[in-house]
Design a protein around this ligand. Structure first.
Ligand SMILES: [Zn+2]
Length: 323
């Protein structure tokens, strides 16, 4: 038996052209979609077309000046919107609105449509983007926009964002560093781009203690990841009791990823998902919203995303500490 999971995606997300040879390529989406359609649990995955986010939701996180800068730069054609790594084309603004929109639809899926979990299969990713800065292939911070939308639309008072992309989620951390309502936990390689996310970065003011950074050295494995989840995140979950879990689901901690050196296997994403399911069921009525971030080896992200979705659809997650 399996439970249904909603997936929001749009072909126009593939029109965001980052230039030939760029790791954040349009092929990432069909690679994952094809693997999910072939999965033994495919009938439990309900695919829906994403709709663009209304600009008012983008502007709850980003300044109006920044949003219009992104819009106008994209519409002018091929260009970069930061120091050179984040390339855009005419279709990139629409893709970015769809990527943010899919995140909002995922929130609606778990609060309004009766799904226990939802996944956004979209690009561009978002976790490096801050209030008025594009960075690291990210234009709008989709997960921050989704968190704010969940607070505003469904009256949530406590949310947890778990970011297991191999790069530190510096944009998301910055946006919620002082927030008492969002618990942010990032598992990432350090040293590595964007060179932040030290253990001692733990939030400030009303958000003190609600930023958790777990930096890992080259070659770290799932055992270190599970230990960090149990020892660093779980104690804070017990006191914070989030009403919703959001996941910045990058798959670039995979051992084959060309941009990093962590040694996760595809099946490890199922193991982390099972752990997350257990916490979501304890604290958040099972609700999990997961958004695609990075991951640059096409076969590895296809397998890893399938393992993640397998963990979301299975009826009774097995003990995450058993392989
Ligand atoms: Zn990444």
């Amino acid at each position: 038996m399996a439970r249904p999971v909603a997936i929001y995606t749009h072909q126009a997300c593939e029109l965001h052209d980052t230039g030939s040879g760029h790791p954040e390529s349009p092929q990432r989406l069909p690679a994952i979609r094809h693997a999910l359609e072939q999965a033994p649990f495919a009938e439990s995955l309900h695919f829906y077309e994403a709709v663009p986010a209304e600009t008012k939701w983008i502007e709850c996180i980003h300044t109006r000046e920044y949003r219009t800068y992104i819009e106008e730069t994209c519409l002018k054609g091929k260009s970069t919107v930061d120091m050179g790594e984040t390339l855009v084309c005419q279709d990139s603004y629409q893709a970015a609105l769809l990527s943010a929109g899919a995140a909002l639809q995922c929130v609606d899926a778990v609060f309004k449509e009766g799904y226990p979990a939802a996944f956004s299969l979209s690009r561009p990713p978002g976790h490096h983007a801050s209030e008025e800065r594009a960075m690291g292939f990210c234009l709008f911070n989709n997960i921050a926009i989704a968190a704010h939308y969940a607070e505003q639309t469904y009256g949530l008072e406590r949310l947890c964002i778990l970011d297991w992309d191999v790069h530190h989620g510096n944009g998301t951390q910055h946006l919620f560093y002082n927030s008492p309502t969002v618990l942010f936990c990032s598992l990432h390689q350090l040293p590595l781009y964007p060179h932040s996310g030290e253990f001692h970065e733990s939030g400030a003011g009303a958000g003190k203690g609600l930023t958790i950074n777990c930096p890992f050295p080259n070659g770290a494995t799932i055992e270190q990841y599970m230990e960090a989840l149990e020892n660093e995140l779980l104690p804070v979950l017990r006191s914070f009791r989030p009403q919703l879990f959001l996941v910045s689901a990058g798959f670039d901690a995979h051992r084959l990823d060309p941009l990093a050196d962590i040694k996760l296997e595809s099946a490890d994403y199922r193991r982390m998902t099972r752990w997350l399911r257990k916490q979501a069921e304890t604290f958040a009525n099972g609700r999990i919203v997961s958004l695609l971030e990075g991951g640059y080896h096409l076969d590895a992200i296809a397998e890893s995303a399938t393992a993640h979705l397998a963990g979301l659809v299975e009826d009774e997650p097995e003990n995450p500490f058993l392989r």
